[in-house]
Design a binder for this molecule. Sequence first.
Ligand SMILES: Nc1ncnc2c1ncn2[C@@H]1O[C@H](COP(=O)(O)OP(=O)(O)OP(=O)(O)O)[C@@H](O)[C@H]1O
Ligand SMILES: [Mg+2]
Length: 478
Amino acid sequence: MNQPTILIVDDEEAARLGMRRALKQYEAAEAGSVEEARFLIAQYRPQLILLDNNLPGTSGMEFLHELAGQDNAPQVVMITAHGTERTAVEAIKAGAYDYLAKPFELDELRLVVKNALEARGLRAENARLKEELAAIKGSGELLGASEGMQKVYDLIAKVAATDITVLIRGESGTGKELVARAIHDKSAGRRQGQFVAMNCAAMPSELIESELFGHEKGSFTGAANQRKGKFEAADGGTIFLDEIGDMSLTTQAKLLRVLEERKIERLGSSHSIPVDVRVISATNVDLEKAVEDGKFRADLYYRLRVVQINLPPLRDRASDIPMLALHFLKGYATKYSLQCTGIHPSSLARLTAYSWPGNIRELRNVIERSAVLADGATLQPNDLPEEINTTAKPAEQPVIIGDGDILAIPYLDDFREARKAFERAYIERCLIETNGNVTRAAEKVGMHRQSLQQKLKDLGLTRRYVVSEEELDEAGSA
Ligand SMILES: Nc1ncnc2c1ncn2[C@@H]1O[C@H](COP(=O)(O)OP(=O)(O)OP(=O)(O)O)[C@@H](O)[C@H]1O
Ligand SMILES: [Mg+2]
């Protein structure tokens, strides 16, 4: 026998046979009791269990609770006796994907099975992304498997082996500081020395110079004691000069000399001290233009950019977004003990479509805020901030924004078309909440499942929430 996808657990042989026939396109195994089921699950790892509640010995419900505590447990559809709605509710609460009340139609069974297996596939996909994420750690804490990032990793590896001066460029939040640290951490010799960062923005020259080069006691007002500068602290290691474009021309002149002579002089001293430091600088301003405008020295510019690493903006490497989003979500879920540990595929689609002007820093903040505020176990589109829902690409233009409201329904002149648009938004909204579970959605909106299925078909939503048109046709004609 091939690996069974489905395990049918029922003590009545006729019932098992009926289900098996209806599901003949799947590989299925049968068990007459929980004891037997345990054995078959351990052996075959089926993806779905059709579990009758009424079993001799251990009941289906008890077994469901047992499974709920296990890693990678199969999806469960509970089969309950007619008129035992409370058991069904209890089963869903205990983690069953859905339930079927006896007697049920065979096409009902097929639909539930298809949906459950599809949902299981999504869960597996999320798990796979998480594993991939752990495996594709590019360079230190740097993440991303896109082509753009692969180029960055290659450059990091090449320059790390040398003492070459590196200029890192990229928009705000693209990871410039992280890349600088990665270069330091990968430098065999310099790793033992210190990585010293200095932000050159928004600080008077005198202070920057004293920070960089140190000063002697009394060298300027406020210099009460002798002090070593960052270049000395980074001796044998790396100095990272962030926002280099904001440095004043006088400080630029001093820095240039240090780079040429590999010696520093503390402020107020004429004694020069040799330093062995690798210089990495970073900027998000247009340095070429600053040179043209006379705000940045051309000679310093050439000296700093011996090798240049350009960090691509996040929107140009959108394929990295799911991985990064899950990485940040995992981190915050642990940090704040959150329930929310997964991301719904529709949310991923929206995150991927957004333009991220603040790049990875913005993504991290969005995930933190959304995860903390989310109610469910997966981040739903309506958990995301409005700007992400409203600026997503037209193809993915969402219908749902805000707290539970349905907004952004297009205005249409034709009344019937407008009503369809509303129905589509309304039903889609409900299905997102039930994770695509048609049975639960039907209950929620007070419709019969069959009618909701027909609605889905009429509204063209079947491809997303029911597996295929054939399936529906089959369900309709059975
Ligand atoms: N490739 C990446 N993988 C994982 N996290 C990243 C990556 N790039 C950046 N980050 C995270 O994004 C945030 C911003 O990164 P960083 O501070 O290095 O950006 P920056 O380019 O220096 O930004 P700014 O120009 O605003 O100073 C940090 O929290 C960093 O850890
Ligand atoms: Mg920075």
